[in-house]
Write a protein that binds this ligand. Structure first.
Ligand code: SF4
Length: 234
């Protein structure tokens, strides 16, 4: 990541082209924080959390995004994002791709010059996501209760700047993830992230497993939880 990437976006750089009428998304929250995960960890980032998810992972920490939210025009979302003056934007959920117009939002954010990442469950098709977006695609391990939803064809759409993320709740999940990394040669396609479920696997234990097996993966801690715990809005 270049130093230039830290330069805040000037609001004049934001695309002035309005979205056609009716291009709205259901939004749970938009907030400015520090990116706690994945390749952009540590950057000041605006998070756009879309409402809704068709999955129910056992360890989900964003269940409040399943329902509710407010309809927002894409132009209004872009205005609010710009008001925070950050270069990085993370579109997350819920499962953001469960709203088809998420693809428009991602394209508009890229056109406006942001560094854009997308956090997705891995259950929905990522083929139409703008190639400028850095996709963070989950592969659900067995203890999530949702591993049958993994859409394996998504692996064909990974680019070098994308990431595959495994959230692991125990040794069995770890062994499944290790096998999956080998079977699909994931480390040769993009970065692979292993993250412990809080309270289920000690981070140190996961670190030792990775080192013992010499796995070409990155250990991820949730930096925002170290900083702010479970406080909403971070
Ligand atoms: S995919 Fe994400 S938002 Fe949906 S249930 Fe799983 S962890 Fe929660």
């Amino acid at each position: 990541m270049s130093a230039e990437a830290a330069t805040p976006v000037n609001s004049e750089q934001i695309s002035a082209a309005p979205a056609p009428a009716g291009e709205r998304l259901r939004i749970t929250e938009i907030f400015h924080s520090i990116q706690g995960e994945a390749d952009a960890v540590g950057w000041p980032t605006v998070f756009v959390r879309l409402t809704g998810c068709p999955l129910r992972c056992t360890w989900c920490d964003t269940t409040y995004s399943f329902h509710g939210g407010q309809w927002r025009d894409i132009d209004a979302i872009l205005d609010e994002v710009a008001s925070h003056g950050a270069r990085h934007v993370c579109v997350t959920g819920g499962e953001p791709l469960s709203q088809k117009r998420c693809l428009i939002l991602l394209r508009r954010l890229c056109d406006a010059g942001y560094e854009v990442s997308l956090e997705t469950s891995g259950a929905l098709d990522v083929a139409a996501v703008d190639p400028r977006v850095r996709k963070v695609v989950d592969l659900k391990a067995p203890d999530s209760g949702e591993s049958r939803r993994n859409r394996w064809s998504n692996l064909d759409h990974l680019r070098a700047h994308d990431q595959v993320k495994f959230v692991l709740a125990g040794r069995a999940d770890y062994e499944w993830a290790r096998q999956t990394v080998h079977e699909h040669a994931l480390a040769a396609r993009c970065q692979v992230l292993f993250s412990p479920v809080h309270g289920k696997v000690a981070p140190r234990e996961l670190a030792e497993w990775i080192l013992q097996d010499r796995l070409p993966v990155r250990l991820q801690m949730q930096l925002h939880k170290l900083l702010w715990g479970e406080e909403p809005g971070h």
